[in-house]
Design a protein. Structure first.
Length: 87
Protein backbone atom coordinates (compact mmCIF):
# COMPACT_ATOMS: atom_id res chain seq x y z
CA UNK A 1 0.00 0.00 0.00
CA UNK A 2 1.56 3.22 -1.12
CA UNK A 3 -1.31 5.57 -0.42
CA UNK A 4 -2.91 6.36 2.89
CA UNK A 5 -5.49 3.73 2.04
CA UNK A 6 -7.69 6.34 0.50
CA UNK A 7 -10.06 5.26 -2.19
CA UNK A 8 -10.83 8.07 -4.57
CA UNK A 9 -13.89 6.27 -5.85
CA UNK A 10 -15.25 6.87 -2.40
CA UNK A 11 -14.45 10.56 -2.80
CA UNK A 12 -16.59 10.80 -5.89
CA UNK A 13 -19.49 9.07 -4.19
CA UNK A 14 -19.25 11.47 -1.28
CA UNK A 15 -18.95 14.49 -3.51
CA UNK A 16 -22.33 13.66 -4.96
CA UNK A 17 -23.79 13.68 -1.48
CA UNK A 18 -22.06 16.80 -0.26
CA UNK A 19 -24.81 19.22 -1.19
CA UNK A 20 -27.38 17.08 0.59
CA UNK A 21 -25.01 16.86 3.52
CA UNK A 22 -24.74 20.65 3.64
CA UNK A 23 -28.51 20.94 3.53
CA UNK A 24 -28.79 18.52 6.42
CA UNK A 25 -30.87 16.19 4.28
CA UNK A 26 -28.69 13.16 4.79
CA UNK A 27 -29.29 10.48 7.37
CA UNK A 28 -27.01 10.34 10.36
CA UNK A 29 -24.96 7.39 9.12
CA UNK A 30 -24.04 9.08 5.85
CA UNK A 31 -23.27 12.33 7.64
CA UNK A 32 -20.77 10.70 9.94
CA UNK A 33 -19.35 8.75 7.01
CA UNK A 34 -18.64 12.01 5.20
CA UNK A 35 -17.23 13.63 8.34
CA UNK A 36 -14.94 10.69 8.99
CA UNK A 37 -13.78 10.61 5.40
CA UNK A 38 -13.12 14.36 5.34
CA UNK A 39 -10.90 14.00 8.38
CA UNK A 40 -8.57 11.74 6.39
CA UNK A 41 -8.94 13.31 2.99
CA UNK A 42 -7.58 16.78 2.35
CA UNK A 43 -9.40 17.05 -0.96
CA UNK A 44 -12.79 16.26 0.52
CA UNK A 45 -12.10 18.34 3.60
CA UNK A 46 -11.31 21.49 1.66
CA UNK A 47 -14.24 20.85 -0.64
CA UNK A 48 -16.50 20.54 2.36
CA UNK A 49 -15.11 23.69 3.92
CA UNK A 50 -15.51 25.64 0.71
CA UNK A 51 -19.07 24.45 0.35
CA UNK A 52 -19.88 25.34 3.94
CA UNK A 53 -18.39 28.80 3.52
CA UNK A 54 -20.32 29.36 0.32
CA UNK A 55 -23.52 28.24 1.98
CA UNK A 56 -22.89 30.47 4.97
CA UNK A 57 -22.28 33.41 2.69
CA UNK A 58 -25.50 32.71 0.82
CA UNK A 59 -27.42 32.42 4.06
CA UNK A 60 -26.00 35.63 5.47
CA UNK A 61 -26.65 37.64 2.36
CA UNK A 62 -29.97 36.25 1.26
CA UNK A 63 -31.41 34.79 4.46
CA UNK A 64 -33.04 32.21 2.27
CA UNK A 65 -32.52 28.52 1.70
CA UNK A 66 -29.70 27.79 -0.69
CA UNK A 67 -30.81 27.47 -4.28
CA UNK A 68 -29.61 23.91 -4.65
CA UNK A 69 -31.80 23.02 -7.58
CA UNK A 70 -31.56 26.31 -9.36
CA UNK A 71 -32.48 24.91 -12.72
CA UNK A 72 -35.47 23.11 -11.23
CA UNK A 73 -36.61 26.30 -9.54
CA UNK A 74 -36.15 28.15 -12.77
CA UNK A 75 -38.36 25.66 -14.58
CA UNK A 76 -41.04 26.08 -11.91
CA UNK A 77 -40.97 29.84 -12.30
CA UNK A 78 -41.08 29.61 -16.06
CA UNK A 79 -44.08 27.31 -15.90
CA UNK A 80 -45.89 29.73 -13.63
CA UNK A 81 -45.52 32.57 -16.09
CA UNK A 82 -48.68 32.74 -18.18
CA UNK A 83 -47.94 32.20 -21.79
CA UNK A 84 -47.80 35.35 -23.78
CA UNK A 85 -50.47 35.63 -26.42
CA UNK A 86 -48.95 35.03 -29.78
CA UNK A 87 -48.97 38.07 -32.01
ZN1 LIG B 1 -11.91 12.05 -0.27
Amino acid sequence: MTSNGHDHKHCLELFEKLSEYIDGELDHATCSEIKRHAEDCVACFSCLETLKRTVDLCKNVEEKPIPVNLSEKLMEIIQQIPKLPSP
